[in-house]
Each structure stands twice: as structure tokens, then as C-alpha cells.
Design a binder for this molecule. Structure first.
Ligand SMILES: Nc1nc(=O)c2c([nH]1)NC[C@@H]1CN(c3ccc(C(=O)N[C@@H](CCC(=O)O)C(=O)O)cc3)C=[N+]21
Length: 287
């Protein structure tokens, strides 16, 4: 078998066109969707992700504000800035790029963001709503993955999804979203003893651990769908997934490449959430 590629980049492009149309409609009604990103410190990877978000926003017609702070900013000053943006009527979405410097409590920062503007879907209120299946901002990478699966018309109902990784931003929420789609979900992580026995059972295998080429063909059931969330920067400067792509191609039915797989969908869902937030703000202003 040779797997079919899930071309996230192309699917993302199509969805961005639809988002752009929605932005045009909103602008005709006098609303310009606005996204603010807070970037602390000078990590080149974080800076490059934020640049990508800014570019994608501008291309979609979304107003983008980058707010930069030095590494040594106090937590109090950062929280104060979030308070200010929470009140800013021109901004519908706010995200604080992670990770933050060690002296800042990430959870305090996330909890300070107004759930109405939490387009990352990281606030405990957003997570709670997601868990109970309510309408809310869904975290972008997990949501992007579900959209890719739907786009390819891959059945999730009753399927066994195995997630490797249990981060708050990818592993945990992606399992929850698959559960909401009636899949059976198994979580694996660094303490899992019999990893290969479990991954071999997966109809859909989601890999989000951050270790280049960890998953080879022998971890994958014949015909499984493989979703690679890894973004590992090699010494050569090349981006590489958590899956050994060439090897996995031989056994999987569908596979996402890195780059141009899940990554572009993450940014697309961020734009999607920002536009939804603006639409909602508009609806409220009418009442
Ligand atoms: N508060 C917060 N929200 C985030 O959404 C967030 C974050 N913090 N911290 C870091 C991760 C990582 N992340 C990516 C977004 C896009 C690509 C992406 O577009 N990747 C391109 C390649 C880009 C390149 O070549 O550098 C691709 O896969 O094709 C990757 C990774 C968002 N994150």
C-alpha cells in the first residue's frame, strides 16, 4: 500500500478563501475582525510562528496587532496588558504565544484572557465547554486535525483513535474532539509501557510528542490514518515530523506530511475563530 497524502496546505488554502469572504461581508457591515498576539522574548521559533499568523491574518483581511515584550517583563505588567486588550473593541481575538519565560505562570496568563476573545481555546472555560460538547472556541491544532479528517470523508464513528502525547494544547484536546465525534480514544505518553502494542490497534494514529521520526512503519496498522503533529527543526534547518514519513507511507492509507500538513490548518482555525468572535461581537451589538 502507498498512502494518500492529506494535503493540509491545500485544504487550508481553500478554507482561508472562505474566511476571506466572511471578512469582506463583516467589513461591509462595519466590522473589521481584529487579532492581537502577545510575544514575550526572542525565541526564533516563536517569532517565526507569530510572523506566519500575522501574514495569514493580513491575507484574510483581518487586522493584526503584534505586541512584543522583553524576556524579563513582569507577570503583573503582562496581565495588565491582557486587561487592556480584553477591553479593546477593535480586537476580537487575543493569544499569548507559548511557551512563556519560566518566571511567568502560564496558567494565570491564560486565565486572564477573556473567554470571549480566547481564540486559542486554552482558557479553562473554553476547555470545559469543549468537554461538555458546547459551542465554544476549539483549540486550533486539534480542530484543524478534525477538519482534515472530515475533508477526506474519513469515518470517525466507532473508530479507534490512538493519541501519542498529552499536552494541554494538542494531545489532550484532540482526544476529546475525537471522542465528541464518537470515536474510541486511547491516550499514550512517555510513561506508556507497551506503546507499540497500543499504536498497532489504531485506525487513526495521532502523533504529537515532539521527537523526530519516533514512529516508524512497525508502529502502524496496515491501512491506518496517520496524523503527524510534530514540528521538529533539524540541524539542517529542515522541518521534520514525529513520524518517519517515507517508512509510514508503505503501511498507512492516509498520512499528513510535515511541513504542509497540520501546521497550515492550525493557523487557518485561528483565523476561523477570530472571524467567529467578530461575528458574535456584531450579533451582541445589535441586541
Ligand atoms: N498560544 C499559542 N498558540 C499556538 O497556536 C501555538 C503556540 N502558542 N506555540 C507554538 C505552537 C506551534 N504552532 C504552529 C503553527 C503553525 C505552524 C505551521 O504553519 N507550520 C508550517 C511550516 C512553517 C515553517 O516552515 O516554519 C507547516 O507545517 O507547513 C506550525 C506550528 C502554533 N503554536
Amino acid at each position: 500500500m502507498t498512502a494518500e497524502l492529506i494535503k493540509g496546505f491545500e485544504i487550508a488554502e481553500k478554507k482561508r478563501k472562505e474566511i476571506k469572504e466572511k471578512v469582506i461581508k463583516l467589513k461591509e457591515q462595519g466590522i473589521t475582525p481584529g487579532l492581537a498576539v502577545i510575544l514575550v522574548g526572542n525565541d526564533p521559533a516563536s517569532r517565526s510562528y507569530v510572523t506566519g499568523k500575522g501574514k495569514a491574518s493580513n491575507e484574510a483581511g483581518i487586522h493584526f496587532e503584534l505586541i512584543e515584550f522583553p524576556e524579563n517583563i513582569t507577570e503583573e505588567r503582562l496581565l495588565q496588558e491582557i486587561n487592556r486588550i480584553n477591553q479593546d473593541e477593535n480586537i476580537h481575538g487575543l493569544l499569548v504565544q507559548l511557551p512563556l519565560p519560566k518566571h511567568i505562570h502560564e496558567e494565570f496568563v491564560i486565565e486572564r484572557i477573556s473567554p470571549e476573545k480566547d481564540i486559542d481555546g486554552f482558557h479553562p472555560i473554553s476547555i470545559g465547554r469543549m468537554m461538555t460538547g458546547q459551542d465554544t472556541f476549539l483549540p486550533c491544532t486539534p480542530h484543524g486535525i478534525i477538519e482534515l479528517i472530515k475533508e477526506k470523508q474519513i469515518d470517525m464513528n466507532g473508530k479507534h483513535v490512538v493519541v501519542i502525547g498529552r499536552s494541554n494544547i494538542v494531545g489532550k484536546p484532540v482526544g476529546q474532539l475525537f471522542l465528541n465525534e464518537n470515536a474510541t480514544v486511547t491516550y499514550c505518553h512517555s510513561r506508556t509501557t507497551n506503546l507499540k502494542d497500543l499504536t498497532k490497534l489504531a485506525d487513526i494514529l495521532v502523533v504529537a510528542v515532539g521527537r523526530a521520526k519516533l514512529i516508524t512503519a512497525d508502529y502502524i496498522k496496515e491501512g491506518a490514518v496517520v496524523i503527524d503533529v510534530g514540528v521538529n527543526r533539524l540541524d539542517t534547518g529542515k522541518l521534520c515530523g514525529d513520524v518517519d514519513f517515507e517508512d509510514a507511507l508503505k503501511v498507512a492509507s492516509y498520512i499528513t506530511p510535515v511541513p504542509k500538513g497540520v501546521g497550515p490548518m492550525t493557523i487557518t482555525m485561528l483565523l476561523h475563530n477570530t472571524v467567529r468572535s467578530a461575528q458574535r461581537a456584531k450579533a451582541i451589538s445589535i441586541h
